[in-house]
Write a protein that binds this ligand. Structure first.
Ligand code: UDP
Length: 380
Protein backbone atom coordinates (compact mmCIF):
# COMPACT_ATOMS: atom_id res chain seq x y z
CA UNK A 1 0.00 0.00 0.00
CA UNK A 2 1.28 3.48 -0.86
CA UNK A 3 2.54 5.39 2.12
CA UNK A 4 0.21 8.16 3.36
CA UNK A 5 1.81 11.60 3.24
CA UNK A 6 1.70 13.88 6.30
CA UNK A 7 2.91 17.49 6.43
CA UNK A 8 3.75 18.97 9.83
CA UNK A 9 3.94 22.77 10.08
CA UNK A 10 6.20 24.05 12.88
CA UNK A 11 8.74 26.84 13.38
CA UNK A 12 12.04 27.25 15.20
CA UNK A 13 10.78 29.86 17.66
CA UNK A 14 12.53 28.20 20.61
CA UNK A 15 13.20 24.49 20.54
CA UNK A 16 9.82 23.15 21.66
CA UNK A 17 7.86 23.16 18.38
CA UNK A 18 10.54 21.26 16.46
CA UNK A 19 10.93 18.83 19.38
CA UNK A 20 7.16 18.16 19.28
CA UNK A 21 7.22 17.70 15.49
CA UNK A 22 10.18 15.30 15.72
CA UNK A 23 8.47 13.35 18.49
CA UNK A 24 5.36 12.94 16.30
CA UNK A 25 7.47 11.79 13.33
CA UNK A 26 9.18 9.15 15.47
CA UNK A 27 5.88 8.10 17.01
CA UNK A 28 4.24 7.53 13.59
CA UNK A 29 7.21 5.48 12.38
CA UNK A 30 7.41 3.50 15.62
CA UNK A 31 3.68 2.75 15.78
CA UNK A 32 3.00 2.28 12.05
CA UNK A 33 6.33 1.30 10.44
CA UNK A 34 6.56 2.35 6.75
CA UNK A 35 2.90 3.43 6.64
CA UNK A 36 3.45 7.20 6.65
CA UNK A 37 5.84 9.54 4.90
CA UNK A 38 6.26 12.70 6.95
CA UNK A 39 7.66 16.07 5.92
CA UNK A 40 8.39 18.90 8.36
CA UNK A 41 7.85 22.46 7.12
CA UNK A 42 9.15 25.53 8.95
CA UNK A 43 6.12 27.70 8.22
CA UNK A 44 7.79 31.08 8.55
CA UNK A 45 11.05 30.27 6.80
CA UNK A 46 9.47 28.34 3.93
CA UNK A 47 6.08 30.03 3.48
CA UNK A 48 6.27 33.70 4.58
CA UNK A 49 7.54 36.50 2.30
CA UNK A 50 10.43 38.76 3.34
CA UNK A 51 10.72 40.17 6.04
CA UNK A 52 8.26 37.84 7.81
CA UNK A 53 10.36 34.80 6.92
CA UNK A 54 12.82 36.12 9.54
CA UNK A 55 10.31 35.99 12.40
CA UNK A 56 12.06 32.95 14.00
CA UNK A 57 15.31 35.00 14.19
CA UNK A 58 13.56 37.60 16.36
CA UNK A 59 12.41 35.10 19.02
CA UNK A 60 15.63 34.91 21.04
CA UNK A 61 16.49 38.65 21.07
CA UNK A 62 12.90 39.66 21.69
CA UNK A 63 12.25 37.23 24.54
CA UNK A 64 15.69 37.82 26.07
CA UNK A 65 16.26 41.57 25.71
CA UNK A 66 12.67 42.88 25.48
CA UNK A 67 10.50 40.38 27.39
CA UNK A 68 8.05 43.19 28.23
CA UNK A 69 7.47 43.70 24.49
CA UNK A 70 6.93 39.95 24.04
CA UNK A 71 4.39 40.00 26.88
CA UNK A 72 2.65 43.06 25.40
CA UNK A 73 2.44 41.38 21.97
CA UNK A 74 1.05 38.22 23.56
CA UNK A 75 -1.65 40.04 25.53
CA UNK A 76 -2.70 42.48 22.83
CA UNK A 77 -3.02 39.67 20.29
CA UNK A 78 -4.87 37.35 22.68
CA UNK A 79 -8.03 39.28 23.59
CA UNK A 80 -11.45 38.28 22.31
CA UNK A 81 -11.51 41.29 20.00
CA UNK A 82 -7.92 40.97 18.77
CA UNK A 83 -7.57 37.23 18.04
CA UNK A 84 -9.57 37.53 14.78
CA UNK A 85 -7.35 40.48 13.77
CA UNK A 86 -4.15 38.55 14.60
CA UNK A 87 -5.49 35.50 12.78
CA UNK A 88 -6.36 37.54 9.69
CA UNK A 89 -2.89 39.10 9.61
CA UNK A 90 -1.30 35.70 10.04
CA UNK A 91 -3.43 34.32 7.25
CA UNK A 92 -2.47 37.24 5.02
CA UNK A 93 1.29 36.69 5.34
CA UNK A 94 1.27 32.89 5.28
CA UNK A 95 -1.63 31.54 3.25
CA UNK A 96 -0.24 31.72 -0.27
CA UNK A 97 3.14 30.29 0.80
CA UNK A 98 1.37 27.45 2.64
CA UNK A 99 -0.78 26.79 -0.46
CA UNK A 100 2.39 26.51 -2.57
CA UNK A 101 3.89 23.95 -0.18
CA UNK A 102 0.61 22.02 0.04
CA UNK A 103 0.32 21.81 -3.77
CA UNK A 104 3.91 20.63 -4.01
CA UNK A 105 3.59 17.79 -1.46
CA UNK A 106 -0.09 16.95 -1.92
CA UNK A 107 -0.48 15.52 1.62
CA UNK A 108 -3.16 13.11 2.89
CA UNK A 109 -3.16 14.86 6.26
CA UNK A 110 -1.77 18.10 7.71
CA UNK A 111 -0.69 18.82 11.29
CA UNK A 112 0.23 22.13 12.91
CA UNK A 113 2.26 22.30 16.13
CA UNK A 114 2.53 26.11 16.12
CA UNK A 115 -0.16 28.66 17.07
CA UNK A 116 0.94 31.15 14.40
CA UNK A 117 1.11 28.60 11.60
CA UNK A 118 -2.30 27.15 12.13
CA UNK A 119 -5.16 29.07 10.58
CA UNK A 120 -3.26 29.91 7.36
CA UNK A 121 -2.30 26.33 6.39
CA UNK A 122 -5.77 25.14 7.41
CA UNK A 123 -7.48 27.74 5.18
CA UNK A 124 -5.09 27.00 2.33
CA UNK A 125 -5.71 23.25 2.67
CA UNK A 126 -9.48 23.56 2.81
CA UNK A 127 -9.39 25.68 -0.38
CA UNK A 128 -7.28 23.14 -2.23
CA UNK A 129 -8.85 19.94 -0.89
CA UNK A 130 -11.53 20.21 1.82
CA UNK A 131 -11.51 16.44 2.39
CA UNK A 132 -7.93 16.33 3.68
CA UNK A 133 -7.98 16.41 7.51
CA UNK A 134 -6.22 19.20 9.40
CA UNK A 135 -5.09 18.59 12.99
CA UNK A 136 -3.70 21.06 15.54
CA UNK A 137 -1.46 19.70 18.30
CA UNK A 138 -1.31 22.33 21.04
CA UNK A 139 2.01 22.54 22.90
CA UNK A 140 1.12 25.07 25.63
CA UNK A 141 0.23 23.43 28.90
CA UNK A 142 -2.51 25.62 30.24
CA UNK A 143 -3.02 29.15 29.07
CA UNK A 144 -2.99 28.38 25.34
CA UNK A 145 -3.19 31.45 23.07
CA UNK A 146 -6.48 31.92 21.19
CA UNK A 147 -4.69 31.44 17.86
CA UNK A 148 -4.29 27.73 18.65
CA UNK A 149 -8.07 27.46 18.31
CA UNK A 150 -8.53 29.87 15.41
CA UNK A 151 -8.36 27.33 12.56
CA UNK A 152 -11.32 25.28 11.35
CA UNK A 153 -9.36 22.17 12.33
CA UNK A 154 -10.92 18.72 12.19
CA UNK A 155 -9.24 17.79 15.47
CA UNK A 156 -7.37 19.73 18.16
CA UNK A 157 -5.25 17.73 20.60
CA UNK A 158 -4.31 19.45 23.86
CA UNK A 159 -1.85 18.41 26.56
CA UNK A 160 -3.89 19.08 29.71
CA UNK A 161 -7.41 19.57 30.99
CA UNK A 162 -6.51 23.24 31.55
CA UNK A 163 -5.74 23.71 27.84
CA UNK A 164 -9.00 21.87 27.02
CA UNK A 165 -10.97 24.39 29.11
CA UNK A 166 -9.13 27.17 27.30
CA UNK A 167 -10.22 25.69 23.97
CA UNK A 168 -13.84 25.68 25.11
CA UNK A 169 -13.49 29.26 26.27
CA UNK A 170 -12.32 30.14 22.77
CA UNK A 171 -15.52 28.44 21.55
CA UNK A 172 -13.77 25.58 19.79
CA UNK A 173 -16.27 22.70 19.31
CA UNK A 174 -16.03 20.26 22.23
CA UNK A 175 -16.42 17.18 20.02
CA UNK A 176 -13.26 18.03 18.10
CA UNK A 177 -11.08 18.52 21.22
CA UNK A 178 -9.06 15.69 22.81
CA UNK A 179 -6.86 15.77 25.91
CA UNK A 180 -3.90 13.44 25.37
CA UNK A 181 -0.60 15.01 26.38
CA UNK A 182 2.47 16.82 25.11
CA UNK A 183 4.38 14.99 22.35
CA UNK A 184 7.87 14.42 23.77
CA UNK A 185 10.76 12.27 22.58
CA UNK A 186 9.95 8.56 22.52
CA UNK A 187 13.21 7.97 24.36
CA UNK A 188 11.43 8.98 27.56
CA UNK A 189 8.94 6.16 27.10
CA UNK A 190 10.90 3.47 25.32
CA UNK A 191 14.48 3.53 26.48
CA UNK A 192 14.39 0.91 29.21
CA UNK A 193 16.57 2.10 32.07
CA UNK A 194 18.89 -0.87 31.63
CA UNK A 195 21.73 1.25 32.97
CA UNK A 196 22.05 1.94 36.68
CA UNK A 197 22.33 5.57 37.76
CA UNK A 198 26.06 4.97 38.39
CA UNK A 199 26.57 3.60 34.86
CA UNK A 200 24.57 6.42 33.29
CA UNK A 201 26.54 9.07 35.19
CA UNK A 202 29.82 7.39 34.29
CA UNK A 203 28.82 7.41 30.60
CA UNK A 204 28.05 11.13 30.82
CA UNK A 205 31.34 11.73 32.67
CA UNK A 206 29.57 12.85 35.84
CA UNK A 207 30.41 12.06 39.46
CA UNK A 208 28.56 8.99 40.60
CA UNK A 209 27.16 10.01 43.97
CA UNK A 210 26.80 13.79 44.06
CA UNK A 211 23.39 15.47 44.16
CA UNK A 212 23.11 16.54 40.51
CA UNK A 213 21.40 19.71 39.37
CA UNK A 214 20.58 20.20 35.68
CA UNK A 215 20.30 23.84 34.56
CA UNK A 216 18.69 24.42 31.15
CA UNK A 217 16.95 27.27 29.29
CA UNK A 218 15.04 25.73 26.36
CA UNK A 219 16.51 25.21 22.92
CA UNK A 220 18.02 28.71 22.84
CA UNK A 221 19.66 28.74 26.31
CA UNK A 222 17.31 31.50 27.44
CA UNK A 223 16.77 33.12 30.82
CA UNK A 224 19.26 34.09 33.54
CA UNK A 225 21.35 30.91 33.26
CA UNK A 226 24.63 32.74 33.84
CA UNK A 227 23.59 34.43 37.09
CA UNK A 228 22.06 31.19 38.40
CA UNK A 229 25.24 29.28 37.52
CA UNK A 230 27.38 31.87 39.32
CA UNK A 231 25.20 31.84 42.42
CA UNK A 232 25.31 28.03 42.59
CA UNK A 233 29.07 28.12 42.07
CA UNK A 234 29.50 30.31 45.17
CA UNK A 235 26.80 28.67 47.26
CA UNK A 236 29.00 26.05 49.01
CA UNK A 237 26.21 23.56 48.34
CA UNK A 238 27.37 19.97 47.94
CA UNK A 239 26.17 19.53 44.37
CA UNK A 240 27.47 18.89 40.91
CA UNK A 241 26.03 21.05 38.16
CA UNK A 242 25.17 20.22 34.55
CA UNK A 243 24.45 23.24 32.34
CA UNK A 244 22.91 22.79 28.88
CA UNK A 245 23.16 26.01 26.92
CA UNK A 246 21.32 24.80 23.80
CA UNK A 247 22.09 26.91 20.75
CA UNK A 248 23.47 29.76 22.90
CA UNK A 249 27.17 29.40 22.01
CA UNK A 250 28.10 32.74 23.58
CA UNK A 251 26.73 31.66 26.95
CA UNK A 252 28.62 28.37 26.68
CA UNK A 253 31.90 30.23 26.15
CA UNK A 254 31.18 32.61 29.05
CA UNK A 255 30.42 29.72 31.39
CA UNK A 256 33.58 27.86 30.35
CA UNK A 257 35.63 30.90 31.32
CA UNK A 258 34.29 31.05 34.89
CA UNK A 259 36.48 29.79 37.69
CA UNK A 260 34.52 26.81 38.95
CA UNK A 261 34.46 25.75 42.59
CA UNK A 262 31.90 22.98 42.19
CA UNK A 263 32.03 20.05 39.76
CA UNK A 264 30.44 21.18 36.52
CA UNK A 265 29.64 19.79 33.07
CA UNK A 266 28.88 22.43 30.43
CA UNK A 267 27.12 21.21 27.28
CA UNK A 268 25.96 23.06 24.16
CA UNK A 269 23.00 21.75 22.16
CA UNK A 270 22.47 18.13 23.18
CA UNK A 271 20.47 15.47 21.35
CA UNK A 272 20.21 13.14 24.37
CA UNK A 273 18.18 15.24 26.80
CA UNK A 274 16.49 12.14 28.29
CA UNK A 275 19.91 10.89 29.47
CA UNK A 276 20.82 14.20 31.10
CA UNK A 277 17.47 14.46 32.83
CA UNK A 278 17.60 10.88 34.09
CA UNK A 279 21.11 11.45 35.43
CA UNK A 280 19.97 14.47 37.46
CA UNK A 281 18.23 14.79 40.81
CA UNK A 282 16.59 18.11 40.03
CA UNK A 283 16.03 20.34 36.99
CA UNK A 284 16.19 24.14 36.97
CA UNK A 285 14.54 25.53 33.85
CA UNK A 286 12.53 28.35 32.39
CA UNK A 287 8.86 27.43 32.11
CA UNK A 288 9.08 25.93 28.59
CA UNK A 289 6.31 23.36 28.05
CA UNK A 290 8.56 20.80 26.36
CA UNK A 291 11.17 20.82 29.12
CA UNK A 292 8.51 20.71 31.84
CA UNK A 293 6.82 17.64 30.37
CA UNK A 294 10.18 15.95 29.71
CA UNK A 295 11.23 16.59 33.33
CA UNK A 296 7.97 15.01 34.47
CA UNK A 297 8.57 12.01 32.22
CA UNK A 298 12.03 11.62 33.76
CA UNK A 299 10.33 11.72 37.18
CA UNK A 300 12.31 14.69 38.51
CA UNK A 301 11.24 17.71 40.57
CA UNK A 302 11.92 21.15 39.13
CA UNK A 303 12.58 24.77 39.99
CA UNK A 304 11.21 27.22 37.43
CA UNK A 305 13.65 30.10 37.17
CA UNK A 306 11.73 32.34 34.76
CA UNK A 307 8.82 32.39 32.36
CA UNK A 308 7.72 34.34 29.31
CA UNK A 309 4.92 36.74 30.18
CA UNK A 310 1.61 35.54 28.85
CA UNK A 311 2.87 32.55 26.89
CA UNK A 312 4.42 30.59 29.78
CA UNK A 313 2.49 31.87 32.80
CA UNK A 314 0.00 29.02 32.48
CA UNK A 315 2.89 26.54 32.56
CA UNK A 316 3.99 27.94 35.94
CA UNK A 317 0.44 27.55 37.19
CA UNK A 318 0.43 23.93 35.96
CA UNK A 319 3.72 23.03 37.70
CA UNK A 320 2.76 24.56 41.03
CA UNK A 321 -0.78 23.15 40.98
CA UNK A 322 0.47 19.61 40.24
CA UNK A 323 3.01 19.83 43.10
CA UNK A 324 5.95 18.99 40.85
CA UNK A 325 8.01 22.13 41.29
CA UNK A 326 8.20 25.72 42.46
CA UNK A 327 8.83 29.10 40.87
CA UNK A 328 11.93 30.84 42.26
CA UNK A 329 12.46 33.79 39.94
CA UNK A 330 16.01 34.81 40.86
CA UNK A 331 19.36 33.22 41.59
CA UNK A 332 19.32 33.95 45.36
CA UNK A 333 15.89 32.44 45.82
CA UNK A 334 16.97 29.34 43.88
CA UNK A 335 20.03 28.86 46.09
CA UNK A 336 17.94 29.40 49.25
CA UNK A 337 15.37 26.83 48.09
CA UNK A 338 18.02 24.26 47.21
CA UNK A 339 19.74 24.77 50.56
CA UNK A 340 16.44 24.23 52.39
CA UNK A 341 15.80 21.00 50.48
CA UNK A 342 19.31 19.64 50.89
CA UNK A 343 19.56 20.65 54.57
CA UNK A 344 16.54 18.75 55.78
CA UNK A 345 13.39 19.25 53.73
CA UNK A 346 14.36 16.28 51.58
CA UNK A 347 10.86 14.85 52.01
CA UNK A 348 9.48 17.65 49.84
CA UNK A 349 11.78 16.61 47.00
CA UNK A 350 10.62 13.01 47.28
CA UNK A 351 7.00 14.11 47.29
CA UNK A 352 7.49 16.20 44.14
CA UNK A 353 9.30 13.28 42.52
CA UNK A 354 6.32 11.01 43.23
CA UNK A 355 3.90 13.64 41.90
CA UNK A 356 6.03 13.99 38.75
CA UNK A 357 5.92 10.26 38.07
CA UNK A 358 2.15 10.24 38.62
CA UNK A 359 1.44 13.17 36.27
CA UNK A 360 3.83 12.14 33.47
CA UNK A 361 2.56 11.13 30.02
CA UNK A 362 5.73 9.73 28.40
CA UNK A 363 3.67 7.89 25.76
CA UNK A 364 1.77 10.97 24.62
CA UNK A 365 3.39 11.13 21.16
CA UNK A 366 2.39 7.53 20.43
CA UNK A 367 -1.17 8.07 21.67
CA UNK A 368 -1.44 11.22 19.52
CA UNK A 369 -0.13 9.38 16.45
CA UNK A 370 -2.74 6.65 16.99
CA UNK A 371 -5.56 9.18 17.32
CA UNK A 372 -4.45 11.10 14.20
CA UNK A 373 -3.81 7.99 12.08
CA UNK A 374 -7.47 7.01 12.43
CA UNK A 375 -8.41 10.07 10.36
CA UNK A 376 -6.72 8.71 7.26
CA UNK A 377 -6.41 4.98 7.71
CA UNK A 378 -9.44 2.92 8.78
CA UNK A 379 -7.29 -0.15 9.29
CA UNK A 380 -5.35 1.23 12.29
N1 UDP B 1 16.47 20.83 23.77
C1 UDP B 1 17.34 19.93 23.17
N2 UDP B 1 18.67 20.16 23.30
C2 UDP B 1 19.18 21.20 23.98
C3 UDP B 1 18.29 22.11 24.59
C4 UDP B 1 16.93 21.89 24.49
O1 UDP B 1 16.92 18.96 22.54
O2 UDP B 1 20.40 21.33 24.04
C5 UDP B 1 15.03 20.58 23.63
C6 UDP B 1 14.36 20.21 24.94
O3 UDP B 1 14.60 18.86 25.26
C7 UDP B 1 12.90 20.56 24.63
C8 UDP B 1 13.04 21.77 23.70
O4 UDP B 1 14.38 21.77 23.21
O5 UDP B 1 12.28 19.50 23.93
C9 UDP B 1 12.76 23.08 24.40
O6 UDP B 1 11.38 23.25 24.46
P1 UDP B 1 10.67 24.18 25.53
O7 UDP B 1 9.21 24.12 25.21
O8 UDP B 1 11.06 23.78 26.90
O9 UDP B 1 11.25 25.64 25.32
P2 UDP B 1 11.46 26.57 24.01
O10 UDP B 1 12.88 26.39 23.59
O11 UDP B 1 10.49 26.11 22.96
O12 UDP B 1 11.18 27.96 24.46
Amino acid sequence: MARRRILIFFSDTGGGHRAAANALCDAFEHTFPNRFEIKLVDGFTECAPFPFNHIPDTYFPLTTYAPWLWGALFYTSNARASVPVSATFDDFILRSGCARVLRKYNPDLVISVHPLINRAPCNALKNINPDVPFVTVVTDLFDAHGLWFSAAADLVIVPTQGAYERGLRWKFPREKLRVIGQPISLKFALQAPAETMHELRARLKLRRDDFTVLLVGGGEGMGPLRSIARALNHSHLLIQLVIITGRNEKLKRQLEELSWQIPVSIQGFVTNMPDWMRASDLVITKAGPGTIMETLAAGKPMILSSYLRGQEEGNVHFVQEMGIGVLRPNAQKIVRQLRAWLDGAHGQLLEMQANAKRSARPNAAIEIAQEIARLVDNSV
